[in-house]
Structures are given as C-alpha cells and as structure tokens.
Design a binder for this molecule. Sequence first.
Ligand code: PRP
Ligand code: URA
Length: 225
Amino acid sequence: MTQNNNNDLLKDVNVCNNSLAIHNLSVLRDKDTPPEIFKVATKRLAYLILSDAVKDLPLKAIKVMTPLEEADAQILSPDYEIIIAPILRAALTLSQVLEDLLPTAKVYHIGLYRDEETLKPVRYYNKLPEKLSNPSKTKVFVLDPMFATGGSAIEAVNIFKELGIPEENICFVSLIAAPEGIHKFRKFHKQVKLVTGVVDKRLNDKGYIMPGLGDAGDRTFNTVK
Ligand code: PRP
Ligand code: URA
C-alpha cells in the first residue's frame, strides 16, 4: 500500500489523540506489563477511546427543574435502542467500560475466533434475537481491542447488517488497528464508523499487528503459553 493510500485511510478513522490514551497504549505494548496492570491500562485506554465513540449519540431536548429554576437540557434520545457487542473474548474489558457509560444498553456477546492457520473468523456463539424491533432506530457499538486482518470486524458487522441495522448506525471500536485490516474492511462496510487508539505500521506474516501488543486475549486473561 502506498503512503498516500495510507493517509486516505487514516482520514476515515477516528484516532484518539488524548495524551492519557497514548500513555496507556505504551503500558499495553510493553511485554513486561503483567496481566493485572494490563487490564487496568486497557480500561483506562478504553474509557478514553469509547468517550470518542459515543460522542454523537442522538439527544432529545427536555426541561429540568434545577434547585433554582427551569433549565433547557438534553438527554440521550429514548427513541434509540443501544447495543453493545463485545467480540469474545478479548473485548470483555472494553465492554465493562462501555456498560458503565451506557447502563441501559443491551449487551450481545459475539463469539468469534480467528483460525490460526487460515486467519479466517469462525462464529461459535451468538445470542442475538432473530429480529430486532426497530433496526433503523438501533445504534450498535461493536468492540474488539485488535483490528488485525479485519476478518473478525467484517464478520461481526455482517451479523448486525443481516438484522437490518444500517451501516451508519454501527460503530466499530478497537484499541489498535492495522492499515491492511482497515483497507479490507472498507471494501465491505463503507459507512460504519471506525474509532481506534492508534493505526499501527503493518501485519506480520502470522497476521499479528506490528508493533502491536501481542495477543490481547492471552495477555488480558493470563493465558500466554
Ligand atoms: C483476536 C482479537 C480479534 C481477532 C483480530 O481474537 O481479539 O478478535 O483476533 O484478528 P482479525 O482482525 O485478523 O480477525 P482471537 O481469535 O485471538 O480470540 P480470543 O480473543 O478469544 O483470544
Ligand atoms: N489478535 C491479537 O490479539 N493480536 C494481534 O496482533 C492480532 C490478532
């Protein structure tokens, strides 16, 4: 991919430029960071990135009485249902953070793993209903810390598009993305909002993000072999 193509791709991705996010990303990258600190740093980074992801949720104007007088105010629009969709298993930490921010959201876990030989996503768990009551009034946040080849992201978004949710209502949130993954994703899902902590250099020949942070699931859950 040429440098120009990469720059065009980056324009299309919301990268969190917060200093605290950059700091916590460095903690995650460090191979000597132990799992308990890895989890805390993931939460801090996720909080900052997710704050970017939710910033355009639709609002509704209301009036509230302060202790002094009536005020014009706004609340999250009750016309929209919000879905949080963590891809198992590494996104569970991100999900905890977003569930705190959006306590009335529905949480649908998506079971996908990446076949280590083919690098293709394999579906193994999905508790979504067969039909949603109002797909055009549903906002979805699909979560996965690592956006590598893009296979898992493409497949997870497919699940929601199959339920009739328009692309503009879907946001895919990651901590680290690879240019190759973003490029492939855009061939399938042009309007889905992409929010991430950083776009790294490239993938290696095993589909790992470089420099990345290694295997996010194993480092989070202390299952590094
Ligand atoms: C990792 C990661 C993503 C996927 C990204 O999961 O959490 O889900 O790989 O790779 P891709 O963009 O090439 O599809 P993994 O399959 O290792 O499962 P795990 O979270 O259960 O460890
Ligand atoms: N999954 C991970 O956990 N890390 C990578 O770099 C790629 C896929």
